[in-house]
Design a protein around this ligand. Sequence first.
Ligand code: PLP
Length: 374
Amino acid sequence: MKIETRAVHAGRKPEGGSRDVVPAIHLSTTFHKAEDGSLPGGYLYGRPNNPNREALENALASLEEGAAALAFSSGSAATLAVFQSLAPGDHVIAPEDAYYGTPTLLRTVMANWGLTHTLVHMEDLAAVERAMTPATRLIWTETPSNPLLKITDLRAIVALARKSGAMVACDNTCATPLFQQPLKLGADVVMHSVTKYLSGHSDVLSGALIFREANAFFERVHNFQREGGGVPSPFECWLSLRGMQTFPYRVRAHAANAQKVAEFLATQPHIEAVHYPGLKSHPGYKIAAAQMSGFGGVMSIQMKGGQAEAFKLISGVKLFSHATSLGSTHSLIEHRASVEGTASHTPVNLLRLSIGLEHPDDLIEDLEQALEKL
Ligand SMILES: Cc1ncc(COP(=O)(O)O)c(C=O)c1O
């Protein structure tokens, strides 16, 4: 079945006496038991399971074509569940350029817990190989990366990991399962900030892990989810599932708009560099074209006039909202280095743009008038 059909149907079943087509929201945290203590409805308590979360997890597993999925209260909670399901003394390799919260978790939370890590330029396979140690249990990838839109060759990373028995996880937030299926390329776990494209409207905070196999590592993470309880509420699960119905159509439009905006920005004299994997000039273009069927809706630009000019461009745009996050209907623009703080490697003249679902001509006109004012 094609992904558009799965996005509409997966995880949903007619429920209850009223046989709803749209699932109901199950707020109850506790469920009736039978006299013998068994659970006729299949649910015990809201932390281990809930009908809305189960529906969301089934749909996520279907979209990524995985064996099982687990939903969390945010993308970062999902990432943390992977890290905390490793053992103290284990070693993780992660990208230098990644959503800044991921290396921050490794540095400020997991290091205290005995998990060691090395950050590398993941597009440099020799650097990844050099970073491997006998204790390396996980290579964390994020492709395209946020905010520099770097491309990691997933097949090559999987081949490297297999040699030493390490697992590969991929943050697939920017690509989405429409454009990239890391599990098919051999990754063991896919992570999503469902907050972004999958829910799609900047009104949900949620995250997910999807596993290629329901193996022992999945069981460890499942135990962590059940016992730790960092799960999304029934309403957030319901909103996520609702957003996911339209995600393939939205993401296709985000990417088509982004391609036009990137091509326009690449011709602008005030702009030093445009980072968008759909541009043939992007160093990762060939690998992106080989492992993705589209290039997504996020890009970043570097201004010739430095940080001051970057802020001036932000104050000149009218349609782009000056706000963090990505993957929403609204176009967003943000100076990343000032959000990421002192540990940031992001250039200070960089702006990240999340291209929304407005008409691309209007977005280009907006950027054009702001660039003219510089
Ligand atoms: C690529 C990527 N991964 C992970 C996250 C973290 O997700 P959340 O904000 O849902 O915790 C984000 C958030 O911006 C992100 O952009």
